[in-house]
Structures are given as C-alpha cells and as structure tokens.
Design a binder for this molecule. Structure first.
Ligand code: SF4
Length: 248
C-alpha cells in the first residue's frame, strides 16, 4: 500500500479508490426522478444570454439573492457588452453600477481582474475548460461548473451550500468539502444527469430542504435517511369546556 503523503488526492485516484455502489446509484436515480418531477422549472435562475453574462452574474451573485442580481444585470448587460468594457470601466463607475448587489467594491475588483484575464489569455472570450476558467480571478470550481453546464452545455456538477446540505441529508455524499461532494455526485449520477442533478438539488435546498427542512412537504421523504426530519405541525388543541357543578 502506498504511503500517505498528505498531498492533495488526485481526482482520478479518488474515483478509482471508491467504486460506485449500485444500491446508492439506484436510490440517487429515484431521488432525481422525483425532484425533476417536483421542480420542472429546474435550471439557472440568473438571467443571461452569453457565457460572459453568466460569468458576471455568477460572480455578482455571491452573498446575494438571484432576483436582486437579475434586477441589476438587466441594466448592466446593456452598458457592459464585452470583457473590454468591464476592464476599462473608470474607477467608481462599475462600483456604482453594481452597488445594489452588495460587497460592490470587492465584486467590481473581481470583475475587472476577471475581464483582464479574459483579454490577456483568451482574446476576450470566456473559455470552456474548467482549468482555464478557474485560473481567472474570482472564479472557483462552483462558478466554473455553473458556466460550463448552463452556458456551454458541458456536463458538470456545481456544489453550493444548498447542494452540500441536501446531498448530505440524503446521504448522496458523506463529505463536507465541496470538492469531495462534487466527486461523490459525479460518481452516483451518470454524466448526462450532472447538470439536472445540480439544479434539482439547488431548488430542493432553496424551497423544501432548507436549513430547517419542510420534511412533511418533501417529494423524496420516503428515500431520505436524514434522522432529524421535521414533523407536521400539531393541530391546535380545542379549548376545554369549563366543568359545571364543581365549585369550591
Ligand atoms: S425528508 Fe427532509 S431532510 Fe430529507 S430531503 Fe426531504 S426535506 Fe430534506
């Protein structure tokens, strides 16, 4: 057995070390079928019409609601049409344009640096490879996976806080590290289902399997081993009638 070095485990080696469990795959498929039926609107809730717009919207969406981001980007995408527009935005102007998304100084800095990366390394275009995307400033695996899956149609699993929570409760993954959760989900679902599984888990986490889950309303309750399921609210007890004839 090779000695453990403490170095980051290569993805290929991790996959080979744990062959997919057929029972888990079967349960995962049943969960996905029910979630897809419950959420026929699965897919990104950020509005975009190009890979650049989705990349920008996803960066802006950190610590903010998608609805708020859509309100901002409807105007922003008219004004900033190319990577060069973001890179050349005068100091203070881009900040003002994205102020409503919160953390606007950091986000404007990230957008400018990301846009410069696109201009310097990719002719201003958004690359369609994970490695190239994650080399851009402010772009991690989650953002890259969202862009690959939704803008390029390339199978990918994106792990946000909702996916992590739901995958854990449904025991699709026992990991807590997003990279390991991504590996596990890529193991239990066939490639063709990676994007659909991502968005179904996201919507389930937003709508039902919230931090305090709404288990009685859950479409996959019968397939869920989570031990702390919430119970239906108890019926309000009827006020008791005063007893007659028992005075002191
Ligand atoms: S039963 Fe509850 S904990 Fe399990 S997936 Fe559904 S909402 Fe989440």
């Amino acid at each position: 057995m090779p000695a453990r070095t403490g170095a980051k485990r290569p993805r290929a080696a991790a996959k080979a070390a744990r062959p997919p469990d057929p029972a888990l795959r079967g349960r995962a498929a049943a969960i996905l079928a029910r979630l897809a039926k419950a959420y026929p609107d699965w897919g990104p809730t950020l509005e975009f019409s190009s890979p650049l717009e989705l990349l920008v919207a996803t960066i802006l969406a950190a610590q903010a609601q998608d609805e708020r981001i859509n309100q901002v980007t409807r105007g922003l995408f008219h004004k900033y049409r190319t990577a060069a527009d973001y890179a050349a935005a005068p100091p203070g102007e881009l900040e003002r344009d994205i102020k409503a998304t919160g953390f606007y100084n950091q986000k404007a800095k990230a957008l400018r640096a990301m846009a410069r990366g696109l201009l310097d390394g990719h002719g201003g275009e958004v690359p369609s490879e994970m490695d190239a995307l994650t080399k851009l400033h402010g772009v991690g695996r989650k953002t890259a996976s969202i862009v690959l899956g939704a803008a390029f149609g390339i199978p990918s699993v994106a792990v946000d806080r909702h996916v992590a929570r739901v995958a854990g409760r449904l025991r699709l993954s026992r990991a807590t590290d997003p990279d390991r959760i991504e590996e596990d989900l890529r193991g239990v679902y066939p490639k063709k289902d990676w994007v659909r599984a991502t968005w179904c888990l996201v919507l389930h986490g937003r709508r039902i399997c919230r931090p305090t889950p709404l288990c009685p309303e859950c479409p996959v309750i019968a397939l869920c081993p989570y031990p702390k399921k919430t119970k239906p609210p108890r019926a309000t007890p009827r006020p008791s009638r005063p007893r007659a004839g028992r005075g002191r």
